[in-house]
Ligand binder design. Structure first.
Ligand code: CA
Length: 238
């Protein structure tokens, strides 16, 4: 995994037509997104159970599980309930489109589509869904993380973090209050290739805590027994 790639939005392309899938992958990668591909609905479902991307481009007619059914199942699962979904439909599938939007797809494009237009929709959906991905800074009370400069400050104090601690803090700060399991953190912060022991997460959270909390300062990281870790959503608000 490249340094800093933890912040690049990841997109899952579910499309059984190889030419379209390649076209999408090529253009999405050129825009700096991380791309995973599935040709079948059931394969996509397995991938989604393992890791949650930032956006899904979903073809409607798929072998295995249909795009419609996959969309419905994604909306029923906690981890993918708010995941932005753009569906791809063929001309003449107007009724499918209405059905798709009614079960929670966020947007659709009709094939053959214009690549720049689809890229614009991807950007706009990501911006709406994850404004924190775009914002250069994450701020909670006196704690500030600057993605662009890769700096962290608490009040007037500069905090020096290793790359893993930086990504860990960034990930937790993006969703204040949300509890991430160790497995989810390994997946999001360390990346797919991680065959790492879950206790590694505890070690890095420990280091992160030590760096950002001095003396009697308040600890913004919550350890949730048996569940994982969260950034305290009340931090800086009380
Ligand atoms: Ca298809």
């Amino acid at each position: 995994m490249e340094p800093g790639s933890g912040a690049a939005p990841r997109i899952l392309v579910v499309e059984d037509e190889a030419a379209i899938s390649l076209l999408l992958t090529y253009n999405l990668e050129a825009e700096g997104y991380g791309v995973a591909r599935a040709e079948r609905g059931d394969d996509a479902e397995v991938m989604l159970a393992e890791s949650t991307p930032d956006l899904v481009i979903l073809d409607w007619m798929l072998p295995g599980v249909s795009g419609f059914e996959l969309c419905r199942r994604m909306r029923a699962r906690e981890a993918t309930r708010d995941l932005p979904i753009i569906m791809l439909t063929a001309r003449g599938e107007e009724s499918e489109r209405v059905r798709g939007l009614s079960i929670g797809a966020d947007d659709y494009v009709v094939k053959p589509f214009s690549v720049p237009e689809l890229m614009a929709r991807v950007r706009s959906l990501l911006r709406r869904a994850r404004p924190e991905r775009i914002a250069g800074r994450l701020q909670a009370g006196e704690l500030m993380l600057d993605r662009t400069a890769r700096r962290v400050r608490r009040g007037e104090r500069d905090i020096h973090l290793g790359p893993t601690e930086f990504r860990l803090l960034e990930h937790l700060m993006e969703k204040p209050g949300r509890v991430f399991s160790r497995a989810q953190l390994l997946d999001s912060v360390w990346g797919d290739a991680a065959e790492i022991d879950e206790r590694t997460v505890d070690v890095h959270v420990g280091r992160l805590r030590k760096a950002i909390v001095r003396g009697r300062e308040r600890d913004p990281l919550r350890t949730v027994r048996g569940a994982g870790y969260a950034f305290d959503e009340t931090f800086g608000k009380a």
